[in-house]
Design a protein around this ligand. Sequence first.
Ligand SMILES: Cc1cc2nc3c(=O)[nH]c(=O)nc-3n(C[C@H](O)[C@H](O)[C@H](O)COP(=O)(O)OP(=O)(O)OC[C@H]3O[C@@H](n4cnc5c(N)ncnc54)[C@H](O)[C@@H]3O)c2cc1C
Ligand code: SF4
Length: 600
Amino acid sequence: MAIIAPSSAADRYDVIVVGSGAAGGQAAYTLTMDGARVLMIEAGRNYDPRSETPMFQANDAAPLRGMGTPDKPFGFYDATAGGGWTVPGEPYTNASSEEGRAFTWWRPRMLGGRTNHWGRISLRNGPYDFKPRSRDGLGLDWPIGYEDVAPYYDKVEMLIGVCGSNSGLENTPDSPEGCLLPPPKARIGELLVRQRGRKLGIPVIPIRRAVLTRLLDHRTIPARLHPGNTKAQRVLAEDMQSRAACFWATPCGRGCSIRANYQSTTVHLPPALATGNLDILPNAMVREVTLDAGGKAAGVAYVDKATGLEHRASARAVVLAAGACETVRLLLNSKSSRFPDGLANSSGLVGKYIMDTVGADWGGHIPLLENLPPLNEDGAGGEHVYSPWWLYGEQRAGRLGFARGYHVEIGTGRQMPGAYEGYAPDPGGRTSFGPGLKEDARRYFGSFVSLTGRGEMIPNADSFCEIDPSVVDKWGIPVLRFHWKWSEHEIRQAAHMQRTFADWIEAMGGVNLRAPDPDGRKAIVPGGSVIHEVGGAIMGSAPSNSVTNPWSQAWDVRNLFVADGGVFASNADKNPTLTIMALAWRTADRILEEMRKGNI
Ligand SMILES: Cc1cc2nc3c(=O)[nH]c(=O)nc-3n(C[C@H](O)[C@H](O)[C@H](O)COP(=O)(O)OP(=O)(O)OC[C@H]3O[C@@H](n4cnc5c(N)ncnc54)[C@H](O)[C@@H]3O)c2cc1C
Ligand code: SF4
């Protein structure tokens, strides 16, 4: 089994997985390791990071010196080989043109999806994050708790390799012994941020990132992950030995050909393929889930993008892992006489409660960090430290004026500069040339600190997506129309971020690059732009209040599962992908159990 064309697909599989990113990769890995025969269908092209990753290229060898373009929004060398903010022939629409009411949608179109270039920040949700409504009366509780997901966080961390440490801080879960790899050392600027943060009561701790700071233990981990399954243990042990540890030198956003960080294409798919149980069909756009006479999922109908022809594939179960909003689109486009409002939509909640992460950015110039000696601070991709939310007490006491917290991602250091990097702080519009420019470069390079807030959004009734009544994509498939609104909680949270960050820059003896905006509407980034889309097919305790049950299994269609962030009932400040993978593993276990019992 391998990368296939429609003509080589088998007549029937155990499971069809739609999408190959974090969710699809994890689901396919777990299923195939346990012996299920899986067809993965991916709308984007095949992509092999081992041969395609531009790890060492210099910016001056790239067109426009590597600058971003519409088809390469994160720069010429970014790993995105298909997809972006706009996808030719695949529009989407927004219902409102009012400021702040648009959702901006990043869509990958390549094997591995967004995991080829994601930031790899891998935080666990804490116990509070699964029961937010019980704590403050807002939003929705999940039907599961931290204790249900914790064993799967353990497994995912051991499988993909996450570095970091245990802090014991409130709602910031520790990992059991053997799950984490050691964190990299903090950079000089990060040490200063930590020292001055302490004065303001803000903790700064090692970040958790899916980067191998040392080799994974192939002697013990496979047996812990696949007890009693000797084939899976052998396949995984062999695969782990072909992953190298990080050599601290290249931007992770380009991908990692030595497989030292997590991408679906380097971590999930190779062992899944090695089981012989996985067929991957790239360049195939799934249009709808098909049904059998009894109303169960029969498989999917998809368009072969190479020929434009439509095909069908069939299986005992279907897993949707297309990214939260694409999964919503698939469900709503799967209409039939039995399900006239779309599949799994008897609650009317498909498309409702979509969420992103609250974001506000800040930066300052820190004279203390000027004229650092030349040193290599490239490190493991992005920041080595971050601040988990620290004001739970203040919030409980009602002193903040908004619900839910944010964490802070900290940017410092003398990493390899990007194209057109500016060195001078230029407070008075000063520009330097010749020897003065070189002097300024040595003086100012590395003397800037960025602080990025990433906060929880509470699901609200004004943020949802639906099928646009008149617009279709180039294959005639109806597209999504978005409705979006931040609530006052998110807006006040963004203003709080900027105020706090400005104080923090001053505590470092620094100069803020602008004044904080007291109006959070100006501070908050547009909905969707943090690219943490979740919700739209939420899990819940009953068919009336949710799309799936606590196992991400559609209430209305027993052999249909949602493995991506669509099932999130809230979007904690923690970046979502580790939770997506943990839930996808849990869902795959459920499918295996249901198949063993003959329920599906
Ligand atoms: C620049 C960037 C940085 C990020 N940093 C972080 C971070 O540090 N930490 C974090 O937790 N998250 C981060 N994220 C978010 C993270 O990438 C996503 O949460 C994660 O990839 C979601 O996984 P997924 O499998 O649900 O979706 P995706 O990775 O988007 O994969 C979905 C796949 O489904 C395919 N697909 C869609 N529709 C169809 C269809 N109809 N038929 C067939 N295939 C289809 C797509 O082509 C795609 O390959 C970042 C994202 C970006 C873009
Ligand atoms: S920094 Fe490390 S993990 Fe990231 S791309 Fe380079 S070698 Fe790979």
